[in-house]
Design a protein around this ligand. Structure first.
Ligand SMILES: *Cc1c(COP(=O)(O)O)cnc(C)c1O
Length: 387
């Protein structure tokens, strides 16, 4: 073995020793409330397909029609010739949906956050980042080469202090709107106020809020009635919206700047036209058919009530994500394995995705679950949940 390969072998052995090695499950079904794994059917509490749209017939049909009309590949980056009519229309529809002046379609959420932060920030900028932010906001801040201050999770006092002390020419506050591994919600109205007071951009990553929060599922901005030209709103298409890709929306000049300067937008092939068509159809479905959101809300309510009934010792979240923090990685893995044996797919989330000592089960709910799925899960989990 070469010395270079030897290092990797040692690194992998170390992951094994600490029970941090990840393996991929190979599913033999689409996403849904039930999935096929190793010849068994499991109730799926592991997906971000919150509205159950990932295999929805309406989206599948939109995809097939778009393939027939536009083919399978965009063929070039958007600024060369890959920006097709369907991409353009999808951007217009999303801007309307989000209630923001203009939107831009990115390859995915990870690329969008890298592109936003590196385009808005530079060496003279200062990025303020919540301690529990998603990896792509962290990496975007690094890529920007800005000074980075990580503030304690949702700590507005600490953030205000750091903003007040900053002498940077550009300030950017970046946060998950719904935290991906905790399911709690950022205090958006107060963040907007701080960003206005200290002349900062507010980059809001609504990967887990779009389709889920707000009276009509339009996301975290609708949930709070938040409005500001400082908001840089990012929403992924791969979660509740059942497809792939991401939108960034906000002030028209901001979006124009991203077109000119976001390198992950400029130097990457545009999304397959099918993905834009699926995005548009998903926005229509969310707008016209309230039943998936109604079902999801009912399941969230049932899980919350069940957790309260048994005296759950953790925080109960208002979103589709409910963590059950167990501590060590082996403990979380053991619980996940036991649940799988009982017919439930509930992933164990371990470092580095979450901080050391907070390994957990991450329960995610979906519109296609029914009430009995929730009840069965809670009784299977009773030992882990009780005080
Ligand atoms: C999933 C996720 C992303 C990345 O989005 P993709 O479209 O999957 O690349 C960004 N931010 C958060 C908070 C996420 O959970």
């Amino acid at each position: 073995m070469s010395a270079a390969a030897e290092r990797l072998a040692l690194g992998l052995a170390d992951l094994d020793r600490r029970e941090l090695r990840r393996t991929r499950r190979v599913l033999d079904s689409p996403q849904g409330a039930r999935v096929r794994l190793d010849g068994r059917t499991l109730v799926n509490f592991s997906s971000n397909d919150y509205l159950g749209l990932a295999a929805d017939a309406r989206l599948r049909e939109a995809a097939i029609r778009a393939i027939d009309q536009y083919g399978t590949g965009a063929g070039a980056s958007a600024l060369v010739s890959g920006h097709l009519r369907v991409h353009h229309e999808a951007e217009e529809r999303f801007a309307e949906f989000a209630g923001l002046p203009r939107a831009l379609l990115f390859g995915n959420g990870y690329l969008a956050n890298l592109g936003i932060l590196a385009a808005l920030g530079d060496r003279d900028a200062h990025v303020f980042s919540d301690a529990l932010n998603h990896a792509c906001l962290i990496d975007g801040a690094r890529l920007s080469r800005a000074q980075v201050t990580v503030y304690p999770h949702r700590d507005l006092g600490a953030l205000a202090e750091a903003l007040a002390a900053s002498k940077a020419s550009v300030r950017i506050v970046a946060t998950d709107a719904v935290f991906s591994m905790d399911g709690d919600v950022a205090p958006v109205p107060q963040l907007v106020e701080l960003c206005e007071r200290y002349d900062a951009w507010l980059v809001l990553d609504d990967a887990h809020g779009i389709g889920v929060l707000g009276a009509t599922g339009r996301g975290t901005l609708e949930h709070f009635g938040a409005r500001s030209s400082r908001i840089v709103y990012m929403a992924t298409l791969g979660k509740a919206l059942g497809g792939y890709g991401a939108f960034v929306a906000g002030d028209s000049r901001l979006v124009e700047w991203l077109v000119q300067r976001a390198r992950t937008y400029i130097y990457s092939t545009a999304l397959p036209p099918m993905a834009a068509a699926v995005a548009m159809r998903a926005l229509e479905v969310v707008s016209e058919d309230p039943s998936p959101l109604r079902n999801l809300r009912a399941r969230i309510g049932e899980l919350r009530a069940a957790l309260e009934r048994i005296g759950f010792r953790g925080d109960i979240t208002p979103t589709a994500i409910q963590p059950v923090i167990l501590g060590t990685a082996p403990r979380a893995l053991e619980a996940s394995t036991r649940l799988a044996a009982q017919g439930f797919l509930v992933p164990a989330i371990r470092p580095p995705t979450v901080p050391d000592g907070t390994s957990r089960l991450r329960i995610s709910l979906c519109a296609a679950h029914d009430a009995s799925d929730i009840a069965a899960l809670v009784s299977a989990l009773a030992g882990d949940l009780a005080p």
